[in-house]
Design a protein around this ligand. Structure first.
Ligand code: UDX
Length: 424
């Protein structure tokens, strides 16, 4: 927003995070974001604060971007951070403003927050709530923010408020709209649902191809060739049809669970029953990867050394939330294997999440003395590894390519046992 020319004040309740951001230091890895942060700090358009009072006095538009993680006691989303943010901001709103929800929430949340706002804001009906779901992908956050494929605006039911909210959002997104980005207006619940439905669909697509991988494993077929052929039907398309270790991260897994929980609450549990299968297929890929590696090592990990390449839930991110790679690494460790992990960016987060694993400063160091090498997150530097890079350091030439990114023929020709998911 600052880069687009707006004056921006960012708030977080974490003082350390605000201090780092104010100093131009990103508290997470996101390609291309740090230069944008620094440029706009230097230009004075972007500032950070921990004061809700400053924020309330400053903003014409307030974006709510707080996380909605899975609750510790079940599938539902934990709305505690979002409720707290609105409860802290609303009583300070003394000037007309638009409050825009970006967090991924169970359908019905916006209506509830609109009531809170109306009850608490001194400015009353001049504090309007809209819902504008966020579709950016980690690793592509800057691009996806500046060039979104659509902008969805959930507007209040009351016509005057809706017209005002739409006008303001069109000003906020003027640059993207000028590029021809579709602008879809909807009521609040529909806008909330666009996000959850999109993530449910993406998760379903991944689990669909991973279910096909299970059938391929049972029948001797090759899921990568199957996916390639399916993708050529443009009704199906190839994106999110990549078979392998499956999805993780801070969004897809918890969003499909929260969606199921919400459907239960709404009395429509059967509507999303299939998402339970989607979740289970996804989690089974992790167990399957462990099984493939265990079998290759003769049936047990006890006393064996395993190199794990990748800890982040996907490449170009340092996010290890619900990471399939770390899950597999921890499972092998629990079965008595010595596991050494390398990830180009996620080492610090991985260490915090799984302190009992070993960590190495490079792929080669992780592979040194390993009886098997597992490629679990498809970072470019791992995809580009040649068999001859690893051969001199490993104890055994076994590679498990859980993301289907290596060339099986090249590895086999170099004397390796190449194993993958869904392929003979
Ligand atoms: C996702 C949505 O894509 C994004 O629109 C939403 O705003 C947030 O959630 P993100 O969590 O950054 O974004 O990751 P994404 O690129 O969607 O990948 C999710 C997971 O699916 C990763 O673990 C990835 O490895 C896996 N994946 C993706 C596959 O296993 N196969 C594929 O074909 C694609």
């Amino acid at each position: 927003m600052a880069d687009l020319g707006f004056e921006v004040l960012g708030l977080d309740v974490d003082e350390d995070r605000i201090a780092r951001l104010s100093g131009g230091d990103l508290p997470f890895y996101e390609p291309g974001l740090e230069p944008v942060l620094r440029r706009n700090l230097a230009d004075g358009r972007l500032r950070f604060s921990t004061s809700f009072r400053d924020l309330a006095d400053f903003g014409d538009v307030h974006f709510l971007c707080v996380g909605t993680p899975q609750r510790a006691d079940g599938y539902a989303a934990d709305l505690g951070h979002l409720d707290a943010a609105v409860a802290a901001l609303a009583p300070l709103l003394r000037r007309p403003c638009l409050v825009v929800g970006k967090s991924t929430v169970p359908v019905g949340t916006a209506a509830h927050l609109a009531r809170t706002l109306a009850d608490l804001a001194p400015v009353g009906g001049d504090a309007v709530l809209a819902w504008n779901p966020e579709f950016l992908r980690e690793g592509f956050a800057v691009h996806d923010t500046l060039h979104p494929d659509r902008i969805v605006a959930g507007l209040p039911a009351e016509q005057g408020a809706a017209g005002h909210a739409e006008k303001v959002l069109r000003e906020v997104y003027a640059a993207a709209l000028a590029d021809g980005t579709p602008f879809v207006t909807a009521d609040l619940p529909t806008a909330e649902l666009v996000k959850t439905a999109a993530n449910a669909f993406l998760a379903t697509k991944i689990s669909f191809i991973n279910a096909m991988a299970e059938v391929c494993e049972a029948s001797g077929a090759d899921v990568t060739r199957l996916a390639e052929a399916l993708a050529l039907d443009d009704r199906i398309g190839g994106r999110f049809l990549g078979p392998g270790l499956g999805f993780g991260g801070g969004c897809l897994p918890k969003d499909i669970r929260a969606f199921m929980a919400r459907a239960d609450e709404l009395g429509a549990p059967r509507a999303l029953g299939f998402l339970r299968e989607v979740d289970e297929i996804n989690v089974r890929r992790r167990a399957r990867t462990v099984e493939v590696a265990r079998r290759a090592l003769g049936g047990s990990f006890a006393g064996r050394a395993v190199a794990v390449l990748g800890a982040a839930f996907k490449p170009d991110s340092d996010d290890v939330r619900d990471s399939p790679a770390l899950d597999v690494a921890a499972a092998i460790r629990a079965e008595g294997g010595t596991v050494t992990v390398h990830d180009p960016r996620a080492m610090a987060n991985a260490r915090r999440a799984q302190p009992s694993l070993r960590y190495a400063g490079s792929a080669l160091e992780a592979a040194r003395g390993a009886d098997a090498v597992l490629l679990l997150t498809e970072w470019r530097e791992f995809r580009e590894l040649a068999p001859s890079d690893l051969a001199p350091v490993v104890a055994g030439r076994i590679v498990v390519d859980a993301r289907n990114v290596l060339d099986p023929a090249a590895w086999r020709a170099a004397g390796w046992t190449y194993l993958a998911l869904g392929r003979p």
